[in-house]
Ligand binder design. Structure first.
Ligand SMILES: Cc1cc2nc3c(=O)[nH]c(=O)nc-3n(C[C@H](O)[C@H](O)[C@H](O)COP(=O)(O)OP(=O)(O)OC[C@H]3O[C@@H](n4cnc5c(N)ncnc54)[C@H](O)[C@@H]3O)c2cc1C
Length: 535
């Protein structure tokens, strides 16, 4: 049955995220009883509250004469040094980031938050940073989970957070070419709302959608939950405007060309280390008239994955296609409000369709014929809708679990179909080997290609007295298992500081040399986000 659901974006959220948790402070809360019982039985719980935000120790604010120079560039209301503004821009939202903050360690805070609103102001700020040898950390939505926002401060006169929130406009729409120019500080919902007013959509809905920004999506090569239909963010980027210490770079004057290597690819994935993105031209699509989601049940993860591969290789792709493994299905993680409740078992697949009623129905029938023919059991639209309704709620669970002494984190990778089972098993074994038998490892596939797919793991275990080293050891073991077995260190979370050692292994010495050469040419004094990306 086709169901119409015109918008996946019903939740209103606060402007700023919680200082030590994911998302809207109003949604922070204790674990639901069913989830609490489940973790208490399997893992064990103990109260582990965070310190008071006023007690988090931050770096010293920037020297007054430097602040005055910044105010001359962006205006006095846009240079902030108060505790709250700096705390809210300290690191990102990985579990290690939050563990440090919850323990009162804000040593990676910026010394000032600076909010420019024009490309020329960004150019002037970079020029100032080079002269004063101050590190610049571009800040989009603040949702990095790879250590992308914690600049190395040694050797610098200070660190500023260059907050892009005032870059919040839809600059231009080209309806003939179906492109739009968006400013980089627009967060997911604001960008979609501006495009929806024009009858358009970008179709990029990562789980961090409510807070992550257009610029952040571009420079981390993000991938959203509708990637099967709309494509990864890097495939949506047509052009970029970038301020660098060497001047302005404008890329993307044509839909495709043979004018040498594609330099947009150098900026996408550059994580603020090569320049600050001040405008992004993206492909846009007509706002769908219909959005409908369905659930399917498979006997095993292997069967479900094989069905995904069949769809991808037949070129019959729904807009959303994801598959939970047996463990993830058993605890209902795909439907966060039902975690710990009853599960029908097997492996849950979600298929989603967006477009005109006719296109949606045609695609749904084609997918249904293939999945039904391969032995999938159609569970109908209610379970699919339950996934859609809860699609942005999952991350709140992690923080409620940290409150009760359960260490939770996610990690992701991507490999070819022929290697998928091997990598799946190797990563799971590495995590259980590092963290012990009483560890829950859950997995789903959420991004599918003709040649392979991503694997997204969620890990939960009892936190030790030293949860940070406990997790870092497990993460290293799992990262080794990915890269030593031929998978990538990241499908969409990017590199930041946390993945650098494995990036070096993945791209080899010549690859590292190329990245270092680009950095040395564009940012010779190294003021742009020092410590990220470049091994
Ligand atoms: C709960 C949760 C769920 C997530 N789900 C997904 C998911 O489904 N898919 C996915 O792809 N990712 C996901 N992520 C990761 C994260 O949301 C993405 O990496 C996102 O693209 C980061 O965007 P941002 O605006 O928050 O960037 P930030 O975190 O602010 O910055 C990320 C990096 O980019 C740099 N940067 C930001 N803006 C600019 C700019 N304009 N110019 C130059 N450099 C810049 C920063 O300095 C930093 O190094 C998730 C994260 C969390 C916490």
């Amino acid at each position: 049955m086709t169901r119409t659901n015109p918008s996946p974006i019903s939740d209103k959220t606060s402007a700023e995220m919680h200082w030590s948790r994911w998302g809207d402070p109003a949604h922070a809360g204790p674990l639901a009883e069913s989830a609490h019982t489940l973790v208490d039985t399997f893992i064990g719980t103990s109260d582990t509250p965070a310190v008071d935000p006023a007690d988090v120790r931050l770096s010293a604010p920037l020297a007054p004469e430097l602040l005055a120079e910044l105010e001359a560039i962006v205006g006095s209301g846009h240079v902030l040094t108060d505790h709250e503004s700096r705390l809210l821009r300290t690191r990102g939202k990985s579990t290690p980031d939050l563990l440090r903050l919850r323990a009162g360690d804000g040593s990676d805070s910026p010394d000032a938050v600076v909010r420019p609103s024009t490309h020329d102001e960004v150019v002037a700020l970079i020029d100032w940073a080079v002269r004063r040898h101050v590190a610049v950390v571009p800040f989009g939505g603040g949702t990095s989970v790879v250590g992308g926002l914690a600049a190395k401060r040694d050797g610098y006169a200070g660190v500023i957070s260059l907050d892009l929130q005032r870059f919040d406009k839809l600059v231009e729409v080209d309806r003939t070419s179906m492109t739009a120019v968006l400013e980089p500080g627009l967060r997911g919902p604001a960008a979609e709302a501006l495009l929806a007013a024009e009858g358009l959509t970008l179709g990029h809905f990562p789980q961090s959608f409510q807070y992550a920004s257009i610029g952040g999506f571009a420079v981390t090569r993000s991938s959203g939950q509708s990637s099967a239909g709309y494509g990864r963010f890097d495939s949506l980027v047509v052009g970029l405007k970038v301020a660098t210490p060497q001047g302005t770079l404008e890329l993307g004057n044509s839909p495709a060309n043979a004018a040498g290597p594609d330099l947009r690819e150098v900026i996408m994935g550059s994580e603020g280390a090569f320049g600050v993105v001040t405008a992004v031209r993206v492909r846009v699509r007509p706002l769908p008239e219909v959005r409908t989601y369905e659930a399917w049940r498979w006997g095993s993860f292997t069967e479900g994955a094989a069905a995904m591969r069949t769809l991808a290789q037949a070129g019959v792709m729904p807009t959303v296609l994801r598959l939970s493994d047996e463990n993830e299905t058993a605890i209902n993680l795909a439907k966060p409000s039902e975690v710990g409740g009853e599960s029908a078992g097997g492996c849950l697949m979600i298929t989603g369709y967006e477009g005109t009623p006719a296109a949606v129905e045609a695609k749904r029938l084609a997918v249904t014929a293939i999945l039904g023919g391969l032995g999938g059991e159609n569970q109908g639209a209610d379970s699919g809708q339950a996934w859609s309704d809860g699609r942005f709620h999952g991350p709140y669970l992690r923080d409620s679990l940290l409150d009760v002494g359960v260490l939770v984190e996610t990690m992701e990778t991507v490999t070819f179909w022929s290697n998928l089972d091997h990598v799946y098993t190797s990563v799971k074994d590495a995590l259980v080997g590092a963290l012990g038998e009483a560890t829950l490892v859950l997995c789903h596939i959420s991004h599918v290609y003709e040649t392979g797919a991503s694997l997204y793991f969620t890990v939960a275990t009892k936190a030790s007295d030293e949860p940070l080293p406990q997790w870092l050891a497990a993460k290293a073991a799992a990262s080794d298992a990915m890269v030593h077995n031929g998978a990538s260190i990241t499908h969409h979370h990017a590199v930041g500081q946390d993945h650098k050692p494995w990036l070096a292994e993945e791209i080899g010495p010549v690859g590292v040399q190329i990245l270092r050469a680009v950095k040395a040419e564009l940012d010779p004094t190294g003021v742009l986000n020092p410590g990220v990306l470049i091994p």
